[in-house]
Design a protein around this ligand. Sequence first.
Ligand SMILES: Cc1cc2nc3c(=O)[nH]c(=O)nc-3n(C[C@H](O)[C@H](O)[C@H](O)COP(=O)(O)O)c2cc1C
Length: 185
Amino acid sequence: MRLLALSGSLRARSSNGAVLRSALAFWDGPTTTADIGSLPHFNPDLDGEGATPPAPVATLRTAVAAADALLVVSPEYAHGVPGVLKNALDWLVSSGECVDKPVAVVTASPFPTGGDHANAQLRETLRMMTGEVVAAACREIPAIGPKIDPTTERVKDEATLSDLRAALSHLARAAAATPVTSESP
Ligand SMILES: Cc1cc2nc3c(=O)[nH]c(=O)nc-3n(C[C@H](O)[C@H](O)[C@H](O)COP(=O)(O)O)c2cc1C
């Protein structure tokens, strides 16, 4: 089964990037991370009937269609979803690749709240897009700073790793139970 990951942080030394890489290690199958930083701003005029989507959008849609599950890992900005991630999701609303796709939402923050606002908003948006948000696979990770090894840029905290392993296992079970609706590229 294929897993596609999306990160809401474009930062080179992103803590959410570290969480994403650590989580991918628990997936038994091919994994890819989408490049959402190169997407143009969503504009319905570029997405209407008969329009050819910009190349980075087509690439993202193909990758989502080919995935058996999605992992969304994100920081919270100003109690919300980072614009770059919301922009990527907006490009996927009408095209339908997320329909019935099992999705896990993980947010990590240096604060005790673990990015709870962004986590709730992402789940709501994905549910509206009729993705299958797998509640048991979603996580809010508080106080992320000291849980990351700055050398390996991976999670070093054992409890967090164990929790990520459990989350990915729930996501894999949901993906295995979902009929395949798309072909690999
Ligand atoms: C513009 C901005 C707004 C932020 N707002 C929040 C917030 O509302 N809640 C929160 O938990 N952290 C907030 N933070 C702190 C981020 O969680 C922190 O910078 C985190 O390291 C970003 O994730 P990253 O390491 O994956 O890039 C904010 C950071 C920035 C730069």
